[in-house]
Design a protein around this ligand. Structure first.
Ligand SMILES: Cc1cc2nc3c(=O)[nH]c(=O)nc-3n(C[C@H](O)[C@H](O)[C@H](O)COP(=O)(O)O)c2cc1C
Length: 372
């Protein structure tokens, strides 16, 4: 148990949100993350209302815990899908488009919470103004398509100064240390993508996972190259996939099969925006191998529950240590007012190494941001 504003609002046990990931965020993985205590997110993009309903039914058959559905704005054609998702899911979330009050109203009307993944503080403020209940701040460290231009810590700082709703930190969060840093900095939860691509319940193609296991953060690159179907949208991939795609001469490099009817197949072209899964055949290494800097922490294939446990155990340990150290933080009197205003408990130093003096040196204890 690790409670934050996110867990209280959403109703899950742990402040971890799985990223909605095209091709990857299918029911078995969503269910596994929910069962592990996080918020599983279903990818809703590109589905017809009928397919959406089948996907929702599959998740509901696996868990009665809260889950979410993610929609990519450039591909959102049928708002009936949003209505269907909002009638069942706890959170309906959007990415890669200006925050839209009508969509947020639709989500609320059906009884779900609305969330928007943003890449800047301006966009976060716009999302809050449209009535969003949650905001995901995505730093450039993220895998897949990237909305903003700055790193997570700076973005988180900017966003937290501008909005009041709970903020989820995304981009490069692959370890408990990164999770603890984000939570200690004021995030209500972390969003994890790349690590779950390598989960045992993930449908990612085995070769894709192999490449993730071998790669380090410095092996990722932001590019515009994989643009067939989604132009002018920067994304972070493994550099090896860029090199492999450049080296391929053919236009058609593989085929993809339908999730519900694997007999239905469509060709995959070079530079096409598509995630290679177990239903994909062809030159997998030359397809976009989306990866965040968090790939550093993908060291083997693990169950979603193991990934969640690993992140939470390390984060909880670090936060506990920090909280103990926190009681010995000493600041000068001039900052006392700011510290108290920021919600810290403020009192006179009692540590022999820091005796209180006339200039009112004080000890500050950060009030607990989570309980484990
Ligand atoms: C394979 C993959 C597919 C993604 N697809 C989507 C998507 O469909 N919708 C979305 O909102 N974000 C998508 N993202 C971005 C994530 O929402 C999130 O910002 C990112 O995974 C966080 O960084 P991390 O991968 O380092 O954890 C995707 C990311 C990855 C790795």
């Amino acid at each position: 148990m690790m409670q934050t504003r996110f867990t209280r609002l959403v109703g899950c046990e742990l402040p971890i949100q799985m990223a909605g990931m095209g091709g990857i965020a299918i029911p078995p993985l969503v269910v596994a993350v929910c069962r592990a205590g996080g918020l599983g997110m279903l990818a809703g993009t590109g589905s017809s209302p009928e397919t959406m309903q089948r996907l929702l039914d599959d998740v509901r058959a696996g868990t009665d815990r809260p889950f979410g559905v993610n929609f990519l704005m450039p591909y959102l054609r049928e708002t009936a899908c949003v209505d269907a998702a909002a009638a069942v899911a706890r959170v309906v979330e959007f990415f890669y488009g200006a925050p839209d009050a009508h969509l947020v109203e639709r989500v609320h009307a059906a009884g779900a919470l609305a969330c928007w993944q943003v890449g800047s503080a301006d966009e976060a403020q716009a999302a809050e103004r449209t009535g969003c209940d949650l905001i995901v701040a995505q730093g450039v460290e993220a895998g897949g398509h990237i909305r903003g231009q700055i790193g997570l810590l700076t973005l988180l700082d900017q966003v937290l100064r501008r909005v009041r709703v709970p903020v989820i930190a995304a981009g490069g969060v692959g370890s408990g240390r990164a999770m603890a840093t984000a939570l200690a900095g004021g995030a209500a939860a972390v969003r994890v993508g790349t690590r779950f691509v390598a989960a045992l319940e993930s449908p990612a193609h085995p070769l894709y996972v192999e490449h993730l296991v071998e790669a380090r953060a410095q092996d990722t690159e932001v590019t515009h190259a994989f643009d067939l179907g989604w132009p002018d949208a920067p994304h972070r991939v493994l550099r090896s996939s860029l090199d492999a795609a450049r080296g391929v001469a053919d236009d058609v490099i593989g085929a993809d099969h339908d999730y519900f009817d694997p007999r239905r197949r469509s060709p995959i072209r070079r530079w096409q925006v598509l995630t290679p899964t177990v239903l994909t055949t062809g030159t997998i290494a030359a397809m976009p191998l989306w990866a965040g800097e968090s790939v550093d922490f993908v060291t083997r294939r693990q169950s979603a529950a193991d990934i969640v446990r690993e992140l939470v155990d390390e984060a909880a340990q670090l936060l506990r240590e920090h909280r103990m150290a926190g009681s010995a933080v000493v600041i000068q009197g001039g900052s006392l007012h700011d510290a108290a205003a920021a919600g810290m408990r403020v009192g006179r130093a009692s540590h022999p190494a820091h005796p209180p003096d006339a200039s009112s040196t004080v000890a500050v204890t950060r009030s607990a941001w989570c309980s484990t």
